[in-house]
Design a protein around this ligand. Sequence first.
Ligand SMILES: *[C@@H]1O[C@H](CO)[C@@H](O)[C@H](O)[C@H]1NC(C)=O
Ligand SMILES: *[C@@H]1O[C@H](CO)[C@@H](O)[C@H](O)[C@H]1NC(C)=O
Ligand SMILES: *[C@@H]1O[C@H](CO)[C@@H](O)[C@H](O)[C@H]1NC(C)=O
Length: 198
Amino acid sequence: MAKQLIATVLLIIATISITRAHEEEAWFRNIRGVKESLAVVHFYVQDVLGGSNPTVYEVARASITANSTTSFGQVRVLDDRMTAGPEANSATVGRLQGLITFADLETSALAMNLNFYFTSGEYNGSTLCILGRNQIMNAQREFPVVGGTGAFRFARGYALSSTYSYDVETNYGVLEYTMYVTYVNTTSASLIKSAADM
Ligand SMILES: *[C@@H]1O[C@H](CO)[C@@H](O)[C@H](O)[C@H]1NC(C)=O
Ligand SMILES: *[C@@H]1O[C@H](CO)[C@@H](O)[C@H](O)[C@H]1NC(C)=O
Ligand SMILES: *[C@@H]1O[C@H](CO)[C@@H](O)[C@H](O)[C@H]1NC(C)=O
């Protein structure tokens, strides 16, 4: 009987603490008035490395780069077109701009800082920013989304990327990106009202 009672009390305590943990999480979010939204943004990147109109250019290289099997020390700047579909003539949805640096002495891997600048649709004028390591021979690469502007204020999340196609002859690559980001709509009325309550 006593054992049963203790078990029941313990169960109640456990239930209370679980409930409280949930309440605290809800309270934590409410007091700030912040409602996060999740966006999954999917698009392709036209990575034009060769031909008459490349969109990727070498900026600098280190003394070791020419003799490095991993191009260590080479820095490139890019302004690639982001498209809705994989085809070169697919609708432009933005531009991918930034710096990539070959930053691994042993394997082909980049240190990247990239801005995804959206130029159409509901995200027109907004940016998402990536900082991360890109081991380019991996079938799938993952990068941290570290921030954003416009519709993507307070953004954080991750991006998955893979090579959709690569033409050796023309040195033309198409990359597929899916970005999973949470963000805060700072223009929503509920956020403004909650801020006034604080
Ligand atoms: C690169 O390697 C070649 C051949 O081994 C050598 O002659 C050259 O000095 C090296 N260059 C640098 C920058 O180390
Ligand atoms: C994106 O926004 C800019 C600036 O407001 C505007 O000029 C342009 O027409 C918009 N583009 C699309 C596709 O909505
Ligand atoms: C943000 O909220 C405003 C006002 O509620 C709404 O009109 C707009 O579509 C929202 N934007 C996004 C990106 O969710």
